[in-house]
Design a binder for this molecule. Structure first.
Ligand SMILES: [Zn+2]
Length: 481
């Protein structure tokens, strides 16, 4: 059997921190980056005698995430204890949901190829604390430090079916999931801050087989790029084993970012290892249909809906619509521009081209657009009214960002008004004609394309301020008379 006769099955488990101000079962702050062990109390430190109380806002956000991912919300679900020992888990168990999760049976649609990735379940759990090991090598650390600020932060875990067939499909699924949760205002889903964490289950099997292969779990994936690389590596590794007639062992593997290999971390736990049982400290989680309806009715507009609004109502190309919905801030910025009177495609061109180009070059994230929609719209009006040329506008855009001034002020201060009055333009045109007798001869001999050269000369002499359309008319007029 050769390599192309194998296929991959990828299922993803994604943990996402919810955007609540306080923790899942106590009222400690969830703020990121505070000094270690300052946001703690008896509940999240697991001290004897303390009792958990669910955070209503966390439940609301989890339900919203479930609805945004097309899941069925179960009105009755249960909290269970997942038992394992680790220094950052003070109770010796994590409160999670096992066989009766909050939501089941959802899906996400990806574009290439267009297909649905099914979501098996979505459940609520609490985060563990964070261990820091002295030195770089875990096995050689002489001591470890534990920060419990993260202990008890509300999480949802979203488990997909093994429906993805390539690392690229997994990347699309993750990007779409991230986008949906961002627009639903459920989480800030930052991989680099750990508010979104991804584990992959990956197996290979001969193409056409309906027996799943033995899966391995991949951990420590800190970016989408790492996910793609680790999955590609793992495909080669598992196919290599099968080719040699060996077996894939069910295990948890760690992605080593610097060596770009996966290495075995431990044998894969099974659910029996965790000895799940219902948490006796917590009643069942019962939701009323009215509560779920209220969450559904207050759902923010989601990316797919916005894309179709842009394409169908505003006539934007699908490509533009996808770029403009890469972040809620960007979509809001664009919507505001249109609301203030900008023509949608013109606004989209300026945002996708010059504005995003500037932001990318300076490393400015999408959430921090350095410009007011009003300024961009005023600039578009100046172009439309012929006050400035499109070329000069590119410089004005950068000046607006860097000085915070509005476009009219910049135009006035720097004398950037477009020259449209025919008398002044005619004078420049005459000079250009006089300076370029050979080009004029060529044009008169029928080489019409050379006119563009003369227009360019006029623009140069006016430092880009001449109105090119008018220059064209005056030039043709002078050359034929
Ligand atoms: Zn606490």
């Amino acid at each position: 059997m050769t390599r192309h006769e194998y296929e991959m099955m990828i299922g993803l488990e994604v943990h996402v921190e919810l955007l609540t101000r306080t923790k899942m079962f106590c009222r400690c702050s969830t703020r990121f980056g505070d000094p270690p062990n300052t946001n703690v109390c008896p509940v999240c430190l697991g001290l004897p005698g303390s009792l958990p109380r669910p955070n209503r806002e966390a439940v609301r956000l989890a339900v919203r995430a479930a609805l945004a991912l097309n899941c069925q919300v179960n009105l009755s679900s249960r909290f269970d204890r997942k038992n394992y020992f680790y220094p950052d888990l003070p109770k010796g168990y994590q409160i999670s949901q096992y066989d009766e999760p909050l939501a089941t049976g959802g899906y996400i649609e990806i574009e290439e190829p267009r297909k649905r990735i099914r979501i098996r379940r979505l459940h609520i759990e609490e985060d563990a604390g964070k261990s820091m090991h002295a030195g770089d090598d875990i096995t050689a650390a002489s001591y470890s430090l534990v920060d419990f600020n993260r202990s008890g932060v509300p999480l949802i875990e979203i488990v997909s079916e093994p429906d993805m067939r390539s690392p690229e499909e997994a990347r699309q699924y993750l990007e779409k999931l991230q986008r949906i949760l961002q627009f639903a205002r459920v989480s800030d889903v930052k991989m680099e801050e750990g508010s979104m964490r991804v584990d992959c289950n990956v197996s290979v099997r001969p193409k056409g087989s309906d027996v799943p292969g033995v899966p391995c779990e991949l951990k420590n994936l800190s970016s989408f790029r790492a996910v793609v690389k680790a999955l590609s590596y793992e495909f080669e590794r598992q196919v290599g084993l099968l080719e040699k007639g060996e077996k894939v062992v069910r295990e948890t593997r760690h992605w080593d970012e610097s060596k770009e290999v996966t290495a075995v971390l431990r044998a894969k736990e099974t659910s029996e290892d965790y000895r799940y049982f219902p948490d006796p400290d917590l009643p069942r989680l019962e939701l009323s249909p009215e509560f779920v309806d209220e969450v559904r009715n207050s759902m923010p507009e989601l990316p797919d809906q916005i894309v179709s609004r842009y394409v169908e109502n505003m006539g934007l190309p699908r490509y533009d619509a996808n770029v403009l919905t890469s972040s809620p801030a960007l979509a809001e910025f664009f919507d505001k521009c249109v609301e203030l009177g900008a023509e949608p495609k013109t606004a989209s061109n300026w945002i996708m081209g010059d504005l995003l180009g500037y932001m990318k070059a300076k490393g400015i994230p999408y959430e921090k657009i350095p410009l007011e929609p009003r300024s961009l719209v005023e600039m578009l009006v100046l172009i439309k009214d012929g006050v400035i040329s499109g070329k000069i506008a590119k410089d004005i855009l950068v000046k607006m960002i860097e000085t915070g001034k509005d476009p009219r002020t910049i135009v006035k201060e720097e004398g950037l008004e477009q020259i449209s009055d025919e008398e002044s333009l005619a004078r420049v045109v005459e000079q250009v004609i006089a300076n370029n007798p050979s080009v004029v001869e060529e044009i008169k001999a029928g080489k019409e394309k050379a006119i563009a050269f003369l227009v360019g000369q006029v623009m140069k002499m006016t430092k880009g301020k001449a109105n090119p359309a008018k220059v064209n008319i005056i030039l043709k007029d002078k050359l034929t008379s």
